[in-house]
Design a protein around this ligand. Structure first.
Ligand code: KG4
Ligand code: ZN
Length: 344
């Protein structure tokens, strides 16, 4: 069994993953309410909260993982907030020492990259290698608050970045948009809810880099365009047209993500399409990408409930499924707050 710890941002999360049985248990303490009061994640508050939560979390899961045997500890080493990562890695080192087991440092983005496969594994743990062979090469989209990345996983299980955003991430565009609209934080789910019944074509927002042949994304122009639009509208008109504004804005984000994903799929050779990261919770995006997968005749794998946004299950799973290409970390394991997807 692999015991995994994730503390890179605003979730303190623990998971026990057994390659033979699947997920044994998951425990999470979220800080959304604390950061919501500040309109975004405050690094210093996040680190203090992880410190407060990490031991109660380990104790909450103890009945499940103490039954063990625990064969390895996995922990997120980056990218993420330095103080938060350091706290998680220190706790993981202490656990590995106490339990006398090896420690793996996992790239958080590789966790997201592998997360759509967790439910494939759960369906038939003993048959995972064969099932995976049918799904590779894989094209994946990670859309979160900090990252927007297209990547591939090849038959030797190497994970390689194809493209990314040049400025804001997709989730960041939704969070900043929601702030301009006075909806609160985090913006993605609030915009999705407020968009219900709205017309997606009511306002014309830009699709960043839409006409360019490369696969990079850009979302900074979108939020600027919303700001200009709102400056032209009196407050009661904004209130009255809130559903239309949200539906149109959300559609611009979904369109931009779907267009580049379609272009990448068109380059051919993929057998599955994956979607993960917090924005993968969005119903409109999931449906749209399922359509793109269908059109390209590849399997669509979206991260399951609780595994789209940050979680520890994906860290334990990536430590196992991507082990051949992961960095082995001993007691000298360091954090890497700026790690890229390509790095172990
Ligand atoms: O992956 P995540 O939990 O944290 C990281 O950024 O690593 O992603 C958080 C992002 C936020 O920007 C949030 O607004 C967005 O995911 N999000 C959504 C939805 N739920 C969360 N965006 C669109 N629709 C949602 N339902
Ligand atoms: Zn994340």
């Amino acid at each position: 069994m692999i015991l995994a710890l994730e503390t890179s941002c605003d979730e303190t999360a623990l998971a026990a993953f057994d390659p033979q049985r699947g997920l044994v248990g998951e425990w999470v303490r979220t800080q959304i309410e604390i950061h919501g009061r500040h309109g975004g994640v405050v690094p210093d508050l996040a680190a203090r909260e992880h410190l407060r939560q990490v031991v109660p979390l380990l104790l909450a899961g103890k009945d499940a993982w103490a039954g063990g045997p625990v064969g390895r500890i996995a922990v997120t080493r980056g990218p993420g907030l330095a103080a938060c990562l350091a706290l998680g890695v220190a706790a993981a080192k202490a656990l590995a020492l106490a339990l006398r087991v090896p420690l793996s440092g996992v790239n958080h983005l590789r966790g997201h990259a592998w997360s759509p496969f967790i439910s494939e594994h759960a369906a038939a743990p003993g048959n995972f290698d064969a099932a995976l062979a049918e799904l590779l090469p894989h094209l994946g989209l990670i859309a979160s608050g900090g990252h927007t990345i297209l990547f591939r996983i090849d038959s030797d299980r190497t994970v390689a970045q194809i493209s990314s955003t040049r400025d804001d991430a997709a989730g960041e565009a939704l969070d900043k948009g929601a702030k301009l609209l006075g909806l609160g934080y985090p913006g993605g789910p609030l915009i999705e809810r407020a968009a219900a019944g709205g017309r997606t074509g009511a306002f014309d927002f830009p699709r960043g880099l839409g006409r360019r042949a490369d696969l990079d994304f850009s979302f900074s122009g979108l939020k600027t365009s919303l700001r200009y639009q709102l400056e032209k509208m009196p407050l009661d008109e904004i209130r009255e047209k809130m559903a239309d504004l949200c539906a149109s804005y959300q559609q611009a984000v979904v369109d931009a993500l779907a267009r580049k994903t379609r272009a990448a799929l068109g380059r051919g050779g993929f057998r599955s399409l994956g979607l993960s990261g917090g924005v993968a919770n969005n119903g409109v995006l999931r449906q749209r990408l399922a359509g793109e997968a269908n059109r390209a005749r590849v399997r669509f794998l979206a991260a399951g409930p609780g595994h789209a946004g940050d979680n520890a299950a994906m860290i334990g799973f990536a430590a196992w499924a991507g082990a051949a290409n992961a960095a082995e970390g001993g007691m000298d394991l360091r954090i890497d707050p700026g790690a890229r997807l390509d790095q172990a």
